[in-house]
Unconditional design. Structure first.
Length: 164
């Protein structure tokens, strides 16, 4: 085998090692970084606690979104939407813990709301909440998350083909 053949043989043996090292580094970076979720952009009608923001007085069941970095112990993204009545909605979105939810998916949950006003007036109403829980970065964007993950998969496929 000549010098060119030996160089090609060495490059072929070296390439799989580099590929696996790069993939391992990518995996380590992904598993050690905190989750990022989407939440409604703050408004005067928003309140936030522990990386979860509730926005009220919305006239549609959606809001402009922004990314939020989760704490290390928060391992899911959540979006909860509820129609209050009279054309108003509230949305709670952001980071939470998987132990607070029975499943990773979207499902409807029947709730009882109480409106307490001055003078001991209490109004109770049954409402339906749409609860969506997922465990990947920025996955709580609805249909947009599917596009994002397909783009990421295409990028990884092209990256794999390049270093091959």
């Amino acid at each position: 085998m000549g010098p060119v053949g030996a160089a090609n043989h060495h490059a072929e043996r070296w390439r799989p090692r580099v590929k696996w090292r790069l993939l391992t580094l990518l995996w380590l970076f992904h598993t050690t970084s905190a989750l990022s979720c989407l939440t409604c952009v703050p408004t005067p009608d928003s309140s936030q606690l522990d990386r979860f923001r509730v926005t009220t007085r919305l006239n549609k069941p959606f809001c402009p979104l922004e990314p939020m970095q989760c704490d290390r112990d928060q391992d899911v993204c959540v979006t909860i939407t509820m129609h209050i009545g009279h054309g108003e909605y509230w949305i709670g979105s952001g980071c939470d813990r998987r132990t607070n939810f029975p499943q990773l998916s979207c499902h409807n949950v029947r709730t009882l709301t109480r409106n307490v006003q001055v003078g001991n007036y209490v109004q109770e109403q049954r409402r339906l909440q749409r609860v969506c829980v997922c465990a990947r970065d920025l996955c709580n964007a609805g249909w947009r998350s599917t596009t994002l993950h397909l783009s990421m998969a295409a990028f990884l496929l092209v990256f794999h083909m390049i270093i091959r």
